[in-house]
Design a protein around this ligand. Structure first.
Ligand SMILES: O=C(O)CCC(=O)C(=O)O
Ligand SMILES: [Fe+2]
Length: 266
């Protein structure tokens, strides 16, 4: 069973430090089943094992402030739906995106596409949001931001990891969500075979929507978070090396969702 630690500071913007939080209890000591706890508690730490961890805080920002961000981003971000390469073939990326980075950082590139790096100065509300993320995560630092807009349930992001050389071996990625609730899935990367092949690869496979079947079992190698309007999810440690994540198509999800992932380019 996955090991969730309670946040003793519910109601604040701070996550407990899982290394030092001696008062935290494993979830199994507190209440069953664990899925209820995810809904009741305002923030949880999910220990994925082997040095990987996810933190989730449902109410990082207030409902109203979150809608203000949504309206601003929807209107003022120069959204682009780029053509990317999937198995060498050009396809339209199944969501809009934009990239913001501090000056002088290594370029971002994925699936044959190199997004233009916009400056933080172009978007003052995002500088404020970056400050709020830094305040919520003492000791963490971010200098770049990938923005995604899912215009309905047919937009998605396939199984992938955010593993860039320039992020170092244990990147921390902080994800803030606005608008429509969608499922964020994590699954353990398949182990290398005896021939040394690892399949499927961890590349972005934007031509292949992830399976619609979300296992409801307590498979420790699979986790689902319903990311709420104004929520914060943080992936830490070896999550990008050992786990894949995706936001699958959900035809019934009719409205727009905007997700921001803050990253540190070293
Ligand atoms: O939209 C999300 O929640 C995830 C986006 C993501 O994984 C990415 O931009 O790399
Ligand atoms: Fe990602």
């Amino acid at each position: 069973m996955m090991n969730l630690k309670l946040n003793p500071q519910n109601g604040t913007n701070n996550f407990p430090n899982p290394e030092t939080s001696s008062s935290s209890k494993t979830m199994s000591e507190v209440v069953e089943p664990e899925v209820h706890l995810v809904q009741l508690q305002k923030s949880v730490v999910v220990d994925l094992g082997h040095g990987s961890e996810v933190l989730y805080r449902t109410r990082f920002l207030s409902y109203e402030e979150s809608w203000n961000y949504f309206e601003y981003l929807n209107k003022h971000i120069p959204w682009i739906r780029p053509t990317i390469l999937v198995f060498g073939r050009p396809v339209l990326q199944p969501r809009d995106s934009c990239y913001i980075a501090s000056e002088g950082l290594a370029e971002l590139g994925y699936s044959g596409y190199k997004p233009h790096a916009h400056s933080w100065d172009e978007f003052p509300p995002l500088k404020k949001l970056l400050d709020e993320v830094h305040r919520a995560l003492p000791g963490s630092r971010f200098n770049s931001l990938v923005l995604n807009r899912y215009k309905g349930g047919n937009d998605y992001v396939s199984w992938h990891t955010d593993k860039e050389k320039s992020y170092g071996p244990t990147p921390e990625i902080a994800s803030v969500t606005f608008g429509c609730e969608r499922e964020f899935l994590l699954k353990k990367r398949p182990k290398k075979t005896s021939q040394g092949l690892s399949a499927p690869s961890a590349k972005r496979l934007d031509g292949e929507p992830p399976s619609k079947k979300v296992k409801k079992s307590k498979d420790p190698d699979q986790h689902t978070f319903m990311l709420k309007h104004g929520s914060l999810l943080v992936m830490r440690g070896y999550t990008q090396r050992d786990w894949l994540h995706s936001v699958p198509k959900r035809v019934k999800a009719g409205s727009t969702r905007i997700n921001l992932t803050f990253r540190l380019v070293l």
